[in-house]
Write a protein that binds this ligand. Sequence first.
Ligand code: THU
Length: 160
Amino acid sequence: MKKQQFISDYVIYDDEKELELKDAELLSQAHEAVQGSYASYSHFHVGAAVRLLNGVVVKGANIENAAYPSGLCAERVALFAAQAQYPDVPIEAIAITAESEHNEIDEPIAPCGACRQVMVEAEQRSQRPLRIICQGHKGAIMVFDGIETLMPFIFLTKFL
Ligand code: THU
């Protein structure tokens, strides 16, 4: 028997002024993307912005549905739209933000497990580490370089 640890590296910034300009711009586009959210049931509005290697930014927002599982998270809306529109262009980074109608979200929101699994495949397809930038409505920003820091023991296509 051997006890092991998984150690995850990430960086916390106090605010957007500390970010590199292109990451600060992507985060600002994620905040804009919140406007596209349709969250009639949770009242929790999420915005995501995906930056491609060619500099194009594709936005997404969470879209809910009365048949709850038919809705989709902002991250997957943005990642799938990016892949559908630019199938051959690698993805460099994704920024994620959230606003709630009930509380002030002043801490970073991390993507759900299903979105992390989709990020795994986006990263593999892109053949480069995916930069994941998370903020709430305001406040501290968490940055992960590579999905493996957020998703240990990834399910890989090589097992198929
Ligand atoms: N949501 C996202 O868009 N991204 C996440 O990473 C977590 C949750 C959405 C799904 C749903 O519309 C609402 O937030 C509440 O769960």
